[in-house]
Write a protein that binds this ligand. Structure first.
Ligand SMILES: [Fe+2]
Length: 620
């Protein structure tokens, strides 16, 4: 029985759409990449339009449109929260209500109306998955396992904030749920907010700040003690209880009761006027440690309840690659797989897969020669050389064409070895928040100045995080303490001891950026201060072009590893089209741009009015 299913995630954060045909993931794309609005949460019109066009499908060909959560359950949760906390909650309730009434409660009608734009609507069969079931389905069904323990953790869905389940064949059994307001995701977001980052998008920055915390200081230990004593009760069974006296997200419009937090930690909430002092770094480390403990408890509980040797993860907290690395190194499970689009954007794939396997009892087939069913997360639009050349001709720029991949890759590797920063635009766009070698900016990981140059001249930020390495899958153990692939940049793992340089005395007393630029290993641009790295292993099978560049770089230098950062500047989504890529190339100090078979040298762009490509940069 053939089934064509369209999955939709929208109206909260990071909208996306996905097409699943008979269980195979054909397309998956974030709306922000088309609209150029970062974290765009509107109905994914452009994504749906792209999917239908690309697959030559009409809306009437679709057997099911599946939304990633149940709006009515979410609405009920909001109502109950209001009653529980009334009258204190009236302000947030009354502010939230008009939005809910307009967008969420009448969502069925809204979605149908949006879909009508693509054709006749009578045949639309609209289904609703549940938020955590969508996450669970996105974690289990594309994984390489026939059976696995499932753990999903995020801020909140309808009611659940995390779920433990068991996946086998085409079924998912829900074993445990933790419910709102007790949420690991919201606890972490509360610290994200207190430390001056944006909730829902700045969490990875908090994670990046944590290694600058002094692990042995009395202050760090004290912060950790205060968190456990006053904010969260951690239970052995993997559940938690938050002390709601300190949190404001149920009743107010803020995450936390700021005055109470400031008093508790003896620290002002971080604002733009305040520098990142050691206190914030120690606090980041404390909450990271607490989060790791909770996540480990949940993983242990999942192991106990399922007895499985395999674990799959999804939900926003599964993007905490440091915690993932800890579960992996604990050896609790023999194998682990994490959905690359673990945030809510992954809900479109998950909802569609849940409908196919659970709703339609689809048979689960898996090709054992493939690492998983995500196709390396290369599930978005691609542009042929013919399309790329149209863009280049439009700007009338000089370019060089390479007909053989070997030649293109070996020249690119030579340029990298010479210290150039290169935009690399190839094949299908990535699904999920990370660029994995198709919309990436590349550099030489051995160069101590690479991190600073990329931050200041490309990303226009003084980031305190080093960049991530892309390493040949075959060479992963030569550089990092890991013996399994990490294709989606979702494990933070230490650099091997033989590559490390020692930390000088009095290190934690130095300024943040002085510490950042201390050379910690022979691949300093990708080694964090605690010797860890957020690694991506590159396989010949899923990305031959990218693998060949790194391999050519290895032939030249002996290093099968390079720097990979997403192809965008701060505040912008990752580039989608050749025009986006060219424009980003022109607005930054990238030295070369490789698109398809074409290579562009910035030196040849003299005379082109760079002001044409200027836009306002965002704030994060
Ligand atoms: Fe979620």
């Amino acid at each position: 029985m053939s089934k064509i299913i369209l999955g939709i995630s929208a109206y909260y954060h990071d909208s996306s759409a996905a097409l699943i045909i008979d269980g195979e993931i054909i397309e998956a794309v974030h709306e922000e990449r088309f609209t150029r609005i970062k974290h765009d949460h509107s109905f994914p019109k452009r994504s749906v339009g792209y999917i239908l066009d690309k697959s030559s499908l009409k809306l009437s060909d679709i057997d099911a449109v599946v939304f990633y959560e149940k709006p009515y359950l979410k609405f009920e949760r909001l109502l109950e929260t209001y009653h529980e906390f009334a009258p204190k909650g009236f302000q947030s309730f009354s502010s939230a209500m008009p939005v809910w009434l307009k967008e969420k409660v009448f969502m069925t009608g809204n979605i149908k109306k949006e879909l009508e734009g693509f054709g006749h609507s009578e045949k639309i069969r609209l289904y609703f998955s549940e938020h955590h079931l969508s996450h669970a389905a996105s974690a289990f069904f594309p994984s390489p396992f026939d059976e696995a323990a499932i753990l999903t953790i995020d801020g909140v869905g309808e009611r659940a904030t995390s779920l433990i389940g068991f996946g086998k064949g085409n079924s998912i059994e829900v074993l445990r749920e933790l419910n709102f307001p007790h949420s690991v995701g919201l606890l972490y977001s509360a610290f994200t907010y207190f430390c001056g980052f944006k909730v829902n998008s700045g969490e990875y920055k908090l994670m990046g700040l944590a290694p600058y915390g002094d692990p042995d200081s009395e202050r760090t230990k004290n912060y950790e003690k205060l968190i456990r004593e006053f904010l969260v009760e951690i239970k052995e069974d993997g559940s938690i209880l938050l002390n709601m006296d300190y949190f404001d997200y149920t009743t107010g419009l803020k995450m936390i009761h700021e005055a109470k937090w400031e008093k508790l930690f003896g620290l002002k909430i971080k604002s733009d006027k305040v520098e990142y002092s050691q206190q914030y770094m120690d606090l980041s480390l404390s909450i990271q440690r607490v989060t790791e403990e909770i996540v480990m408890n949940m993983a242990r509980q999942a192991k106990e309840l399922t007895g499985s040797d395999n674990l799959v993860l999804a939900g926003g907290v599964a993007l905490n690659s440091v915690a993932n690395g800890k579960i992996l190194s604990s050896g609790l499970f023999k194998k682990m797989w994490i959905q690359p689009a673990s945030g809510d954007a992954g809900g479109s794939v998950g909802a569609a897969l849940a409908q196919y396997y659970i709703g339609f009892s689809g048979e689960r087939k898996f090709d054992p020669s493939e690492p998983d069913s995500m196709k390396g997360a290369f599930l978005g639009p691609e542009y042929s050389d013919d399309q790329i050349i149209l863009t280049l001709k439009r700007y009338g720029v000089k370019y060089r064409k390479y007909d053989s991949l070997e030649e293109l890759a070996s020249f690119t590797a030579r340029l990298l070895n010479e210290g150039n920063i290169i935009g690399w635009f190839q094949g299908r766009m990535e699904y999920g928040p990370r660029a994995l070698g198709n919309r990436s900016i590349l550099g030489d990981a051995r160069r101590a100045d690479m991190q600073k140059r990329m931050n200041l001249k490309i990303k226009y930020r003084e980031g305190f995080r080093p960049f991530a390495p892309s390493v040949l899958e075959e060479d992963i153990q030569d550089f990092f303490e890991i013996d399994v692939p990490s294709p989606y940049m979702l494990f933070v793992i230490p650099v091997t001891k033989k590559r490390r340089n020692s930390i000088p005395e009095g290190y934690f007393k130095r300024e943040l950026y002085e510490r950042l630029y201390h050379e910690r290993s022979d691949i300093p641009a990708v080694t964090h201060i605690d010797y860890s790295a957020r690694i991506q292993s590159v396989s010949k099978k899923t990305n031959l072009k990218y693998w060949t560049v790194i391999n050519e770089f290895k032939k030249l230098t002996g290093y099968g590893v390079i720097v990979n950062t997403s192809f965008n500047v701060r505040g912008e989504p990752i580039v989608a089209t050749p025009s986006d890529a060219f424009s980003c190339f022109m607005r930054t100090e990238m030295d070369y741009l490789v698109m398809g078979s074409y290579l562009l040298d910035k030196k040849d762009m003299i005379g082109l009015d760079r002001a044409l490509f200027n836009t306002e940069f965002g704030s994060d």
